[in-house]
Design a protein around this ligand. Sequence first.
Ligand code: NAD
Length: 393
Amino acid sequence: MSTLRIAVVKETAASERRVALDPDGVKRLRAVGAEVLVETGAGAAAWFDDEAYQTAGARLLGRSELVAEADLVLSVGPPAEDVLGALRSGQAYLGLLAPLTNPELVMALTGRGVTMISLDGLPRTLTRAQSMDALSSQASVAGYKAVLVAAEHYDRFFPLLMTAAGTSKPAAVLVLGAGVAGLQAIGTARRLGAVVSGYDVRPAAREEVKSLGAKFVELEAGIAAAGEGGYARELTAEERQAQQQELAEHIARHDIVITTAQVPGRTPPVLVTAATVARMRPGSVLVDLAASRLGGNVEGSVPGETVLTSNGVRVIGATNLPARMATSASQALSRNISALVIHLVRDGALTIDLDDEIQRGVVISHGGQIVSPAVAALCAPAAGVGSSEGRLS
Ligand code: NAD
């Protein structure tokens, strides 16, 4: 049997500096008998040089030769046009591919007979899948970095400082949404010396926020919105309005507000209205981690931009923060990806087995068919692709 060839391509998306596999990841995949091909310069932006990959046992190649030789191609995000155009039937492509928001990519890969594997589909509550959980690892980096971004834009100290030149009050930080990113933001802001509060609609978040030494914000509206799989459910219109109104009082009292609230498959909820932003003190900073082309948690936030409001509040639409901490984010992603690849390799070959719960989550298409029911439902009406839902149930 021929050796499994796994290729790592250089990311080309604007401001993406991460790489799918670091030199340690190369070693892990070599240990299961795979050959690893790395595009020249693939890790440079995350400070992993070509020599480190070679020392780890990778073969360095140019982009087109690498894609031509590969059985499995690894990347952080969706394939660039040139890579997509070069992929052929029987190859597999693995990354954070966001199939639910990118049906065109699903159709393109499926149409080419390429097996599409996306880390976003991982069943995150399975204990044995935790080492593969790229959503968590990247959210954690984003939560940490959000605090640093806020600190950079805040023209005061975070900690209480008593010096001969006077005393500075500690910054009051509020984190809305206390999932993976939010909890990391709370911990980081605390370590910088801020006075931190947290809020979430999932009742389970209360104890987690408190265990990090932060105060939990209780709303009189008493909204409890735990949904499926540890996520929040979407609020009703009345709940949303009550939440926005009550939160406004808390937000206006804080110097820094970091928002991380998401509901799977829905546009992010607006937690901070424009009227609330207008009540904040000059010099306050809002970091909206949910900002995307779908919307955000802060009314008026613009993805990728910092908006200065007329009352002197900076509203930061933070997109892809993990790419701005490329080394740590890539190291974590590399561990997640290598763990998943090792799970997919049996007797030295990539083996698709849809009876396996992990594979059922991550394998989006295989053998020219969309095999993920959720993704098939999204793509089928538009494109007339046959769903293979029956095979999965
Ligand atoms: P997420 O990114 O979907 O959302 C971030 C947070 O926003 C969540 O905590 C959510 O409750 C909150 N939120 C949503 N709507 C809100 C609203 N209107 N107001 C306030 N907050 C709102 O979630 P996530 O961070 O990926 O994970 C959510 C939960 O799943 C966490 O409890 C996490 O620990 C859990 N999780 C468990 C595992 C596991 O069991 N291994 C793995 C991953 C995540």
